[in-house]
Design a protein around this ligand. Structure first.
Ligand code: SF4
Length: 375
């Protein structure tokens, strides 16, 4: 099996996809650019699992162990909703489309929280701009990542004088729009999230003095003069935890009954968490591997949910850490990923796990039918 694994291992495949749809949300210049890229035959966008909820989960295979594991049946179950979320995929597609059209793309921050993928992107002409002063060339451009930015940052980037492209996720842009409207009407806005997270920092900049970030109910006691801005409108960072947001909403209504609550957690975050919870509830796993950047908020939350279920849990950035780490005694392993982990990284991790356990590749029925019941 090691041989098979080595044969399957390959550098990150071509990520140069340009997603179908949502281009109507782009400014005219970007729409024209996307149209040109599609005409040049680069549009190999593919539907995401999240858009096909009834599609079968891949990678749920079993088989007799090999060599010293003869007679042992092991299984690697992969969450159906793995890989990049739509927002990050869209920004990545835009970056690679621009690079393919001859631009030197500088992203305003990391597009994905994965060092290996960032190295791969740099080789394709998409680099992270470190913010240092530099002289911009005629084919240089800047790309705003999916997290979005505030108006001051946008004005600063525009002043740099090189073309600026916007990869802000439409879900984040929607929340920013609600915040701007709330500010326009003079409302007191509360945003449930992490004030250090780039998305929340950008949203805070849209709300200005009208917005306060709250991490939990105890922050409601520290609003001080801000209580004069009632009635409040409570919103959420798109990757926030649904249960914690609901709890905060209940506490807010108890203390400030005229408040309104707008759950702005995005569908990708919701679906991944719901699937993980369902699998953890219904299937007896021995170990969980959650792939994603070590500082990725949504990945950390998925890993925390698995630990809270009492399972041995590994949060890893890629396949490299898996083979020696996952306990060999684990009979069934669940593989999940955060929203900025490309499917290619999940594929490699799945192969590494199969190699580790000497599980055969695709083909064969599950020895654990309840895992299939999720399909
Ligand atoms: S996690 Fe949600 S809001 Fe954030 S980029 Fe992905 S789809 Fe957009």
């Amino acid at each position: 099996m090691e041989q098979g694994f080595a044969k399957e291992t390959k550098p990150l495949p071509d990520l140069g996809l340009v997603s179908r749809g949502r281009s109507d949300l782009l400014p005219l210049e970007e729409r024209q650019l996307l149209a040109a890229i599609r005409e040049s035959g680069q549009d190999r966008g593919q539907d995401r699992m999240e858009e096909r909820p009834n599609a079968p989960a891949s990678g749920s295979e079993t088989g007799p162990g090999l060599g010293s594991n003869a007679g042992i049946v092991r299984e690697v179950v992969r969450c159906r909703n793995c890989g990049l979320c739509r927002g990050v995929r869209r920004a990545l597609d835009l970056a690679l489309g621009l690079a393919g059209a001859g631009w030197n793309v500088f992203t305003d921050g990391e597009l994905v929280h994965n060092p290996g993928v960032l190295r791969d992107l740099a080789g394709r002409g998409v680099r992270v701009w470190d913010g240092e002063e530099r002289s911009w060339g005629p084919r240089d451009c800047i790309l705003i990542r999916a997290h979005g930015i505030g108006p001051e940052r946008r004005a600063f980037l525009l002043r740099l004088g090189c073309p600026l492209f916007d990869g802000t996720c439409p879900e984040v842009a929607r929340v920013a729009g609600k915040i701007r409207r709330g500010k326009f009407h003079g409302r007191g806005l509360l945003l449930f999230g992490d004030g250090e997270h780039p998305e929340t920092r950008g949203l805070m900049a849209h709300g200005g003095e009208n917005l306060r970030v709250v991490r939990d109910s105890s922050d409601l006691d520290r609003l001080g003069d801000f209580t004069e801005r009632q009635p409040f409108l409570l919103l959420a960072q798109t990757t926030a935890d649904e249960g914690e947001f609901a709890e905060l909403g209940r506490d807010l209504l108890q203390r400030f009954p005229a408040s309104q609550i707008d759950d702005t957690i995005c569908a990708s975050t919701r679906i991944r968490r719901a699937e993980l919870d369902q699998l953890l509830q219904n299937c007896p796993f021995d170990a969980v591997v959650v792939l994603g950047g070590l500082h990725s908020a949504n990945t950390l939350r998925l890993a925390a949910a698995a630990r809270a279920a009492g399972l041995w849990t590994l949060h890893a950035e890629d396949a490299a850490a898996l083979a020696e780490t996952v306990p060999f005694s684990a009979m069934r392993v669940l593989l999940a990923s955060g929203t900025s982990t490309p499917e290619e990284v999940v594929d490699a991790a799945e192969r590494a796990l199969r190699g580790h356990f000497s599980c055969p590749g695709p083909g064969g029925d599950s020895a654990f039918p309840e895992a299939r019941a999720q399909d």
